[in-house]
Write a protein that binds this ligand. Structure first.
Ligand SMILES: *Cc1c(COP(=O)(O)O)cnc(C)c1O
Length: 231
């Protein structure tokens, strides 16, 4: 399916007006589809499956910034760490410890976002509670050597799958408030703890209004996904 160029330009304009980055979510999409967007200047692409990201990274231009937005299993961390630009879905201290271990081995500092479980209605089962986030920040700040190769850049969340706009906006606002609270409370996080990865094809307009810095957009750019077996 060809990339929707008009939709892309329109989205970019809206995002840029708010200093927000558009990530093209290319899961299940072909290398050709990705190159179509690349030709328009897109450099940030996001994938949900480790092997799919590695296969695409190997054959696509090397200046693409690959974002991992899926659920990361500890045994896959070592595969992704050498090539990833930003890991969005860190949802346990176990995964964060594993990232540190691998990053130290390959001597590559790895940028991460902490995933927060925002939704009241089923969109994902993954993510920390707000209370967990404070505990992670405490660990990160009180044991700097334990996380010397991890750089926490902010928070990621998915809103409820609902048409209730008030609810969606409220969930996005709560992610922004949590980020601001962590910045105030934990000065060790520094100014680079500022990213809010929130907003997808169906709800990006509300995410932009609530202060998103990274939109994760798939179907709006590439068309609907068709899932074969294996996903
Ligand atoms: C698939 C996916 C997206 C993109 O979804 P669209 O509705 O196609 O824009 C964004 N974020 C995550 C975590 C995803 O898994």
């Amino acid at each position: 399916m060809p990339v929707n160029k008009e939709q892309y330009q329109n989205l970019l304009m809206q995002a840029q007006a708010r200093r927000c980055t558009v990530l093209a979510v290319s899961k299940t999409k072909s290398v050709e589809d990705i190159l179509d967007l690349y030709a328009l200047g897109q450099r940030d692409f996001a994938e949900n499956y480790v092997q799919e990201l590695l296969d695409k990274q190997a054959v696509l231009p090397q200046d693409i910034r690959w974002h991992f937005i899926g659920h990361l299993q500890t045994n896959k961390v070592k595969l992704i760490v050498p090539v990833v630009h930003l890991i969005h879905g860190v949802d346990s201290l176990k995964v964060l410890d594993e990232i540190q271990k691998t990053a130290a081995k390959v001597n590559r500092k790895v940028a991460c976002l902490l995933q927060v479980h925002l939704a009241q209605e089923e969109s994902t089962k993954y993510g920390f509670t707000p209370e967990d986030i404070a505990a992670v920040c405490t660990a990160y700040c009180s044991q700097p050597s334990r996380y010397s190769m991890v750089s926490l850049k902010g928070l990621m969340g998915m809103a409820s799958l609902t048409t209730d706009v008030q609810k969606i906006r409220h969930e996005f606002a709560s992610l922004r408030n949590l980020l601001e609270a962590m910045r105030r409370h934990y000065s060790c996080l520094g100014d680079s703890f500022k990213e809010l990865s929130m907003g997808m094809s169906s709800d990006y307009a509300w995410a932009l209004e609530e202060g998103s810095t990274m939109l994760r957009i798939g179907s709006l750019l590439f068309g609907a996904r068709e899932y074969g077996t294996g996903h």
